[in-house]
Design a protein around this ligand. Structure first.
Ligand code: C2E
Ligand code: CA
Ligand code: CA
Length: 263
């Protein structure tokens, strides 16, 4: 484990991942995002899973392998096509304005073809650009600051929403807030939400993040909400949106539809 609690050892090999991709074993689970005031679903985040023959493998175990091997670039078309097709089904279930949020790695952004693929799939699935949201973590942006900025801005200019993921965990946060225009939302990392009950300092920091984002006209989403206390504190302190096990775990499409229909 690293200082931040992330697994560092590589438990799956590149050839395993290649085989999995070939056999189309990668799937998406969807976790709904909610408006904290209205409790309405505003969109879903696509979280990749590897449906391997012996177990379901979480992304922390295979995304680093995809990134290191460069295979992540081959995933962009699949990522957009699969999730935007599923978005159609979700929107038909009483969520006409739901947005599909996808996680994008720096290695994907590095490909000049990234924007081209995104636009091709938007057209082929007949999806308006505003229904796609690309989430980039600030640590990934740090790897490729200039390139990310360009692709970011091109996406934003074309109407695709771009959000900053895991806000507060990296080092480039403030630079990006300064330079990038049209950030759709700022997603505050689970760690901040988890520490809410622990000390007053966490509350002070979270309040300051919300105020700063709002001063910049950027809405804030809190990740990893697990308790009623966390949800209520965030709502009371002006946080716009939330996501976490308190609302729903990430679900396969059919279970997500059942969840939406029960609401
Ligand atoms: P992330 O983008 O920060 O996604 C949120 C993670 O928090 C997800 O883990 C989700 O299952 C988990 N989570 C949601 N609510 C709660 C909660 O209330 N409590 C706790 N403890 N955890 C919660 P997951 O699905 O294992 O994904 C891990 C990371 O893998 C993601 O972090 C994202 O950075 C990456 N990832 C997932 N799918 C993709 C993908 O398609 N492409 C890329 N490049 N990265 C992906
Ligand atoms: Ca994310
Ligand atoms: Ca996150």
């Amino acid at each position: 484990m690293s200082l931040f609690g992330k697994k560092e050892e590589q438990v799956v090999s590149e050839s395993d991942v290649k085989r999995g991709l070939k056999k189309k074993e990668f799937v998406f689970y969807y976790q709904p995002e909610f408006d904290l005031k209205t409790n309405k679903i505003i969109g879903v985040e696509a979280l990749m899973r590897w449906n391997a023959p012996d177990r379901i493998i979480p992304p922390d175990e295979f995304i680093p392998v995809l990134e290191k091997s460069g295979l992540i670039k081959d995933v962009t078309d699949f990522l957009c096509r699969e999730t935007l097709t599923d978005l159609k089904t979700i929107q038909q279930k009483n969520c006409p304005d739901a947005v599909m949020a996808v996680n994008v790695s720096a290695a994907q952004l590095q490909e000049k073809s990234f924007n081209v693929i995104v636009h091709k799939v938007l057209e082929e699935t007949q999806t308006e650009a505003k229904f796609l949201e690309c989430e980039i973590t600030e640590s990934q942006q740090m790897v490729l600051p200039e390139m990310s900025e360009t692709v970011f801005q091109q996406l934003a200019d074309a109407g695709v929403a771009v959000s900053i993921d895991d806000f507060g965990t990296g080092y480039s946060t403030f630079k990006y807030l300064r330079y990038l225009k049209n950030i759709k939302k700022l997603k505050v990392d689970c760690d901040f939400v988890r520490s809410l009950g622990e000390d007053a300092r966490s509350k002070t920091i979270l309040s300051a993040i919300i105020k700063m984002a709002h001063d910049l006209q950027i809405p804030v989403l809190a990740e990893g909400i697990e308790t009623t206390e966390q949800k209520e504190w965030l709502e009371k302190n002006g946080c716009d949106y939330g996501q976490g096990f308190w609302f729903s775990r990430p679900l396969p499409l059919d279970q997500l539809i059942a969840f939406i229909e029960k609401k």
